[in-house]
Design a protein around this ligand. Sequence first.
Ligand SMILES: Cc1cc2nc3c(=O)[nH]c(=O)nc-3n(C[C@H](O)[C@H](O)[C@H](O)COP(=O)(O)OP(=O)(O)OC[C@H]3O[C@@H](n4cnc5c(N)ncnc54)[C@H](O)[C@@H]3O)c2cc1C
Length: 472
Amino acid sequence: MANVKDTASHLGETLWDVIVVGGGNAALCAAITAAEAGARVLILEGAPKAYRGGNSRHTRNFRCMHRGPLSVLTGSYEEDEYFHDLMLVTKGKTDEGLARFAIRSSEECLPWMEAHGVRFQPSLSGTLSLSRTNAFFLGGGKALVNAYYNTATDLGVTIVYEAQVKHVHLEGDRFTHVEVSVAGAPQQSIRGRSVVLSSGGFQSDIEWLTRAWGPAAANFLIRGTPYNRGVVLRDMLDQDCESVGDPTQCHAVAIDGRAPKFDGGIVTRLDCVPFSIVVNRDGDRFYNEGEDVWPKRYAIWGRLVAAQPGQEGFSIIDSKSIDLFMPSVFPPVKADTVEELGVKLGLDGAKLKQTVETFNAACRPGEFRPMELDGVATEGLTPAKTNWARPIDKPPYYGYQLRPGVTFTYLGLKVSQDARVHTLRGPLANVWAAGEIMAGSILGQGYLAGFGMTIGTVFGRIAGREAASRVS
Ligand SMILES: Cc1cc2nc3c(=O)[nH]c(=O)nc-3n(C[C@H](O)[C@H](O)[C@H](O)COP(=O)(O)OP(=O)(O)OC[C@H]3O[C@@H](n4cnc5c(N)ncnc54)[C@H](O)[C@@H]3O)c2cc1C
């Protein structure tokens, strides 16, 4: 079998109909759609083959509108309810036209996905209870990505790994070629009649994150691929493409502080917060851990922890609660006393003991119901804990260090409904964008579980269709 460098040495000889930059969900949906329309398609995936598929390979589900039971989805989930859910999390920071369009289009995506190799499974009970709204991929995002790569290969799409696109060349309002380095070889030009940009956000460029967030960004962990460094996004912004979104807006959750810097994926998420108290490195609580059920609150804890000294938090629980949440991938730190636990976590043990005692004294009797808002709250404590507030008093005690885990950034390229990229002078003739790189066009802030894959699938398919249709 030819190695990537050998394959790459001939790429420049061809004028490709559609060049797709990136190798995740949005890229694959675009490539498959364009190939089915008869286009000669080239995928340039920056990652090596073993790591292909970007953040998409970490996913579990996608959120789908449906007017009745559809595949594994139960009941119905109609446009207005879906849009309402989006408005709640974005606090209105969305483009209503684009958002409703994405929502409506999601309905036809599910059968399309099934027809192109994706298999679904009913959602697991006890996880995020999303059986009506979110369709879960059998085998997770990795299986989805593998299925799409197989489909693309069967359709004759050429795929090159370790192909880092450095520059997208524009002449006036037209794309002419990309500059790409394959497996570290010198840059070469590859010409195309059209290009689809689906190379993700910029969260893995820590310097860029630092410019947006300040030095705190050095302590962030990146939940997904290290290959989404925003190289193409930066290049397009430097060429006067219209941007959307704020560089500090991103999806971030609180994850286990022992997670790797990149690619820890979903298993490093911790679901213990509602049954714990969370303190910062000074041993002080800083937010209501029981504000709402975890699926509605997990996404705010990344930012909350990011605002604490050293960007760390510590979730403290006792043995009454240790089995109430999904087990963690790394075992918790364990001790017989709260003070000892504090010391093991690198905190001032006496201070932690005092914080726990103050919290315990503020707890009031009530019927503890872990699966619903039980109103078992503290009294006279700031910040209050408004649900599941039980004293932390049954040894052994357990603790987890929390860090902000960035999922993806929102600053991106502004697109119109046909996924076309615009410059400040007007639309580009043959450049489209799909997925995280344009998600900020819809997600101004906040996040709705499963919507990332919806955006990528909807706009990936449109970008592929449009790009193929311009081939003359
Ligand atoms: C842990 C985790 C869990 C998630 N779970 C879900 C979920 O269950 N449901 C959901 O909807 N969303 C989820 N998301 C978000 C979701 O992953 C994204 O919204 C979605 O995958 C974006 O798809 P994409 O194709 O735009 O980007 P990606 O899948 O990240 O693909 C980007 C691709 O671009 C390539 N690339 C980057 N730069 C270059 C370059 N210069 N040249 C060539 N190639 C380049 C990368 O290698 C990668 O292949 C999750 C994210 C993470 C990190």
